[in-house]
Design a protein around this ligand. Sequence first.
Ligand code: FAD
Length: 470
Amino acid sequence: MAGAQPQLDVAIIGGGVVGLIMAMGLMKRGIRVVIYEQSREFREIGAGIAFTANAIKCMSLLDPAIVAAVDAVATPNGEDADKPNDYVRFHDGYRWDPADAADTEDKLLGLLHTGYKGFQGCHRAHLLDELVKSIPPSAVAFCKRFVGHTDPGPGEKLVLQFADGTTAQADAVIGCDGIKSKVRQVLLGADSPASYPHFSHKVAYRALVPMAAAEAALGTFKARNQHMHTGPGAHLLHFPVAGGTLLNVVAFVADAEPWPLTDAHAQRNMTADATRGDLEAVFAGWCPTVRHVVALLPDMLSKWALFDTHDHPAPTYVCQRVCVAGDAAHASSPHHGGGAGIGVEDALALCTLLEMATGAAAAASQADMTALVERAFAVYDVVRRPRSQWLVASSREVCDIYEWSYPPTMADWDKCMAEITARSHRLWYFDIDGMLAELRAGFDGEASPNPSPTLVQIQVQPLVQIQVQP
Ligand SMILES: Cc1cc2nc3c(=O)[nH]c(=O)nc-3n(C[C@H](O)[C@H](O)[C@H](O)COP(=O)(O)OP(=O)(O)OC[C@H]3O[C@@H](n4cnc5c(N)ncnc54)[C@H](O)[C@@H]3O)c2cc1C
């Protein structure tokens, strides 16, 4: 095709929060995108989600419309929206003296500063509705469950296969298909334990409570400010969402039992029915405030098994022109509240690299485009994997800190707060410019000014296995 300008067609598998943000960032750079989503429509399960300041900065670099979408639905922390509180309050939810009539308030253990508007809660469905406004219908195909692909070779488009028997073509595939990612299975092989998430032995109970009821039971200050109530074997977090009309409540509980799955590979049954009574039993004897929060919850609840990729981390996020991002690459337990945010960082990395690839391709052929995409994805893997795998590990450990069982800190809350602060700030005060410099240097084949320890040599991974299960 002499003289034709090489084009890049990117397929994003999965239209969750990371897939949508990835698509917006690519389209902003003039790259053609189609999101293939298995559901009939975009939908978010769950209640609240909060983004850290570094995630918001990445969003602004991807596409300011993403920040506008968050701003449209984010709820400031505190009683006065114009003067939001920029901290998470950690309380002792467990130790109190029932014999002391004055001892009704759980004690403050420390404040974790998040930066200005650092960790504002969003109602998940509302956020998705805002993001979707920026996605043109031509960039989405619903009811398309990815099952595998074939690679005809350099210069030829990858052929994607879907469960309904249809196919589609693309030059590059980004798997944003979440914790049960099929793309990860294709990259790593069906027999690899790293292809599947594993139970972290924690469960979460999530609910939204009307703010009026929460304020009546807890008082305005407690209800409108983000609180983390800690204790042995469990912890309870709440923060306002939906413009302050709802309180998002999540109770995390340790669970030593294995989580039964009907089919380990399909990873079904990650939720189970539960009742408020189950939680009342867990938190019996805890401080009155914690029990008041539990009393606000509906009679029937869902118990979510928290799976992650900690026990079997992916050895690579990339194979040739296929990669994974967000939970598909590094699903973590949610205890840093950073899984989606670090997926946003992935999106900035991939959008930056694919923009460089298309720029370099302007002076090249369509066959060269294959090599440029492979190089971009290889750099992405080297730069992004250490940080995102750190999040997976630290999320497990920080949960143990909240639950007084991390050996170096146990119930010593001076040490706990120092450890929580150091870990949270490592996540939040990320050197985004440094990452971008490292990506650009890696793509250009130069030595990075601050190379990550793993940025030694960039190699394109061979394809482990191509799976097609119509
Ligand atoms: C209790 C809890 C609280 C959390 N709180 C926070 C928080 O405050 N802040 C934060 O940053 N993170 C938080 N997280 C983590 C965050 O929810 C996830 O990291 C994030 O939702 C992952 O987004 P994703 O787009 O990668 O995956 P998902 O949101 O899971 O989206 C995957 C999409 O892919 C689709 N899909 C799957 N398979 C296929 C296929 N084969 N073909 C086509 N489509 C497919 C799915 O239908 C879905 O739409 C929390 C998690 C939990 C459990």
